[in-house]
Design a protein around this ligand. Structure first.
Ligand SMILES: Cc1ncc(COP(=O)(O)O)c(C=O)c1O
Length: 400
């Protein structure tokens, strides 16, 4: 009998964290590595937010809070949904958790029975399939193509729905592709979903504020109000306010679902940190200029990175409309020889080559269910990005 649970055989550690750890190991060994593998803004948390946390500590807000979040933070979340998404929620339709990650995990554990299917459009965030497996469900991948900017179509969605489909996970702007669904595109997907009342929608909107080209963010419950009762919106402060380490995410959905998720949270982690909740309340209620200034900076970096990548022979990069990732193809480099004589056969080989030759860490597309591509996070300074793009270009020139 194995000591470790059988379920662990089904899952793997996060590949993005694995790449970062490898990059850190090489750095510690003295190599001049540039890591473009992590999914967090390189900016500091704004001062007004830090000060709210310090004030909370000084005031003695250092005790357990209600499991599903403080009244003040829930109020700020309700106002955020009204202000930014035109959606009305009551306090019993909101949960605050330790990051958006825990909101998603709670939702899956609260709803999945063995054999229940969850539709996951590919390329996907690395954690979705493994979380579904941990919760006893079956991930069902819905493919998309680079030609359609990595977005699924109503037809591809319809084909994968079965009587066992319980959820579809939508993530726009997307990690890893930066793809954003317009409100018309969401309407077309909603038209399919309206015919299948057994399917619930988990809208992971964590990159909501990182949307460029003057596009307007849309979420499916806003676009098709008939789906609101079947939707869980997941969001948080990690990416929008450079608060990845504070661990605050939130969910908004039907009261019965939120209650079940809170029960799971009450028996696992309980409430998240009282201090982080005070900080997140200030993030949502306070001045929003950080969001606008960081968005401008990310958009400028995106343009630079895409242009430099597309100038490299063998690399093709779509222009993503959001998040802080690009997802170029390296397929035209397959069959080329590295200086050591080995041949590049797939995106894993290419990423390993970049780490060794260019000392740049990127994540192979296969980690996101999309072989042939690689993900670059441009949440790094312009100087860093310029330097790393040049290194990638130099390494690619050495391929024969
Ligand atoms: C698509 C997506 N959803 C959720 C998360 C988790 O965010 P949090 O830091 O709030 O747990 C991430 C973080 O990388 C993400 O990329």
């Amino acid at each position: 009998m194995s000591f470790l649970a059988n379920n662990l055989n089904n899952i793997k550690p996060s590949p993005t964290i694995a790449v970062s750890m490898k990059a850190n190991e090489l750095k510690a060994a003295g190599k001049d590595i540039i890591s473009l593998s992590m999914g967090e803004p390189d900016f500091d948390t704004p001062d007004n937010i830090k000060e709210a946390a310090i004030a909370a500590i000084k005031k003695g807000d250092t005790k357990y809070t209600a499991v599903d979040g403080t009244a003040a933070l829930k109020k700020a979340i309700i106002e955020k949904f009204k202000r930014e998404n035109n959606l009305e929620y009551k306090a019993n339709e909101i949960i605050v958790s330790t990051g958006a990650k825990q909101v998603i995990y709670n939702a899956l554990v609260a709803t999945l029975n063995a054999g229940d299917e969850v539709l996951i459009p590919a390329p996907y965030w690395v954690s979705y399939p493994d979380m579904v497996l941990l919760a006893g469900g079956v991930p069902v991948i819905v493919e998309s193509s680079a030609d359609n900017n990595f977005k699924i179509t109503p037809q591809s969605l319809e084909q994968k729905i079965t009587p066992k489909t319980k959820w579809i996970i939508l993530n726009s702007p997307s990690n890893p592709t930066g793809a954003c669904y317009s409100s018309d595109e969401l309407k077309a997907l909603a038209a399919v979903l309206l015919n299948h009342p057994q399917v619930h929608i988990l809208a992971d909107d964590i990159y909501e504020h990182l949307i460029f080209d003057n596009l307007k963010f849309a979420t499916i419950a806003e676009v098709e109000p008939k789906l609101k009762e079947r939707s869980l919106i997941v969001n948080g402060v990690s990416k929008a306010y450079a608060m990845t380490g504070w661990r605050i995410g939130y969910g908004a959905g039907p009261a019965a679902l939120i209650k079940a998720m809170s029960m799971i949270q009450s028996q696992s982690t309980s409430a998240t940190s009282s201090i982080s909740q005070a900080a997140a309340t200030e993030a949502l209620n306070g001045p929003q200029n950080y969001i606008h200034s960081s968005k401008k900076i990310f958009e400028k970096r995106r343009d630079m990175v895409v242009a430099m990548l597309n100038a490299i022979d063998g690399i093709n990069c779509n222009i993503p409309n959001g998040a802080f990732y690009v997802f170029p193809s390296c397929q035209n480099l397959y069959g080329k020889k590295m200086p050591n004589g080995k041949v590049i056969e797939n995106d894993n080989d290419f990423a390993a080559y970049l780490l060794e030759e260019a000392l740049v860490a990127v994540v192979p597309g296969i980690a996101f269910g999309a072989a042939g591509f690689f993900r670059i996070s441009y949440a790094a300074s312009e100087e860093f990005l310029q330097n790393s793009m040049q290194r990638i270009a130099d390494a690619c020139k050495k391929l024969k």
